[in-house]
Design a protein around this ligand. Structure first.
Ligand SMILES: NC(=O)C1=CN([C@@H]2O[C@H](COP(=O)(O)OP(=O)(O)OC[C@H]3O[C@@H](n4cnc5c(N)ncnc54)[C@H](OP(=O)(O)O)[C@@H]3O)[C@@H](O)[C@H]2O)C=CC1
Ligand SMILES: N[C@@H](CC(=O)OP(=O)(O)O)C(=O)O
Length: 372
């Protein structure tokens, strides 16, 4: 009997072969019964990271399509020893695709995400286009995988949203604590890297740093202010009435949706700092129940995807460079909030690679859940 594609993907033999391949020295995850994958935005910072993560995790695929704008069509892209030609993204790109990893910005996702889903693909969308849309699961695999359990390959197309990078990084650290003592209020201050604004912003940081060190004026292009040797309020659109920018409001709204807690109180201040690719966040938490530092550290240590660097004696805590290119989110400075008289407040400092767990890795982990 011919098994359906989804049944083939879930067949025990597939899982066994994948886990055996994980320990192999030479990785090659191309396999006839793997899903047909497309990457939208392959030439971008996140698109390139998708390739790194797919390779690192030995993600099985039977075919892979590299999609970008007309500007990039015809360029060559190497992946696992094969040279692929980048294709122009069009409405017809998804007729033979099971999983489409989108990272070409919100307007492309809005236009072509539903087209891809209608063609039968499961879209894992990195943009903010559908995050708050009712019925679209917003997933951090370690936190709320159950919210996408109804979506299966071969059972019709769908859209799953990847949260904002600052939200993912914060919730990787805060969810284990919420499970112990229930978060009532969260105050977040971010220190966000260049990568959050794309490959061109990373180049702007390199170029301006060189120019300033050479005694030349910095030339802002992507950001309105000088970026090298400076920091500024996050560049997303500001709600003039409210005084919050979009990045700050994403942290508030997305956290509520992911946790399914519409009333949890959150405020955020998001800042762009001259760091290449890992975000840092200072987080103050108020809980419903008492929680000690020891309990917090125990919960953090047990949570998948979290590493602790919390060495008070040597003043050694997480830095963006610790997190750079790493899968895990790093947590430290775990301490009782001394501004409170009770035991219901904690402070922590968190660092996570913005392109990895903040984007490509989280999306690939979502795709992995589809294979289970
Ligand atoms: N979940 C999260 O936290 C994050 C989400 N993102 C999302 O991913 C998106 C991409 O980020 P990033 O990789 O850093 O950005 P980059 O600017 O580095 O790359 C943009 C990519 O989109 C492609 N693209 C642009 N316009 C079109 C078009 N008209 N048709 C097809 N492809 C197009 C570009 O192709 P070309 O080279 O041909 O122009 C390029 O591959 C962001 O806009 C954001 O929505 C990003 C970071 C984190
Ligand atoms: N959060 C990213 C920007 C971004 O891509 O956000 P989103 O995925 O929510 O559009 C930053 O550091 O600026």
């Amino acid at each position: 009997m011919q098994l359906s594609r989804s049944a083939q993907l879930r067949a025990p033999g597939v899982a066994k072969r994948v886990s055996r391949a994980r320990v192999a020295v030479v990785k090659a995850a191309k396999t006839a019964d793997g899903p047909r994958v497309a990457i939208v935005g392959i030439t971008g910072a996140v698109g390139q990271e998708f390739l790194t993560v797919l390779k690192e995790r030995n993600f099985p695929y039977s075919s892979i399509k590299m999609l970008a704008s007309a500007r990039s069509a015809g360029k060559k892209q190497e992946f696992e020893g094969v040279s692929y030609t980048v294709e122009e993204l069009t409405e017809n790109s998804f007729n033979d695709v099971d999983i489409a990893l989108f990272s070409a910005g919100g307007s492309i996702s809005k236009k072509l995400g539903p087209v891809a889903a209608k063609a039968g693909a499961i879209v894992v969308d990195n943009s903010s286009a559908f995050r708050m849309t009712e019925g679209v699961p917003l997933i951090i695999p370690e936190v709320n995988p159950e919210a996408m359990s109804h979506i299966k390959i071969g059972k019709g197309g769908a859209i799953i949203a990847n949260p904002n990078c600052s939200t993912i990084i914060a919730l990787m650290a805060v969810t284990p604590l919420d499970r112990v003592a229930t978060v009532k209020r969260m105050v977040v201050s971010t220190y966000q890297a260049a990568s959050g604004a794309g490959a061109a912003a990373m180049e702007e940081l390199r170029q301006q740093t060189r120019d300033v060190l050479d005694g030349k004026p910095a030339q802002p292009k992507i950001f309105p202010q000088q970026y090298a040797f400076n920091l500024f309020s996050h560049n997303s659109a500001m709600d003039v009435e409210l005084g919050y920018n979009e990045e700050e409001m994403k942290l508030v709204k997305e956290t509520r949706k992911i946790w399914g807690k519409p009333d949890v109180r959150i405020t955020a201040t998001c800042v762009r700092v001259p760091v290449m690719r890992a975000h840092a966040e200072s987080i103050n938490l108020e809980f419903e129940k008492d929680i000690s530092e020891a309990q917090a550290l125990e919960a953090l240590a047990a949570f998948p995807g979290v590493s602790i660097i919390n060495d008070r004696t040597n003043n050694r805590f997480p830095t963006p460079l610790d997190a750079t290119t790493k899968d895990n989110v790093f947590v430290g400075r775990v301490r009782r909030d001394i501004s409170r008289e009770d035991k219901r407040g904690l402070d922590l400092f968190v660092c996570g690679d913005q392109i990895k767990k903040g984007a490509a890795l989280n999306a690939v982990q979502i795709a992995e859940l589809l294979l289970k």
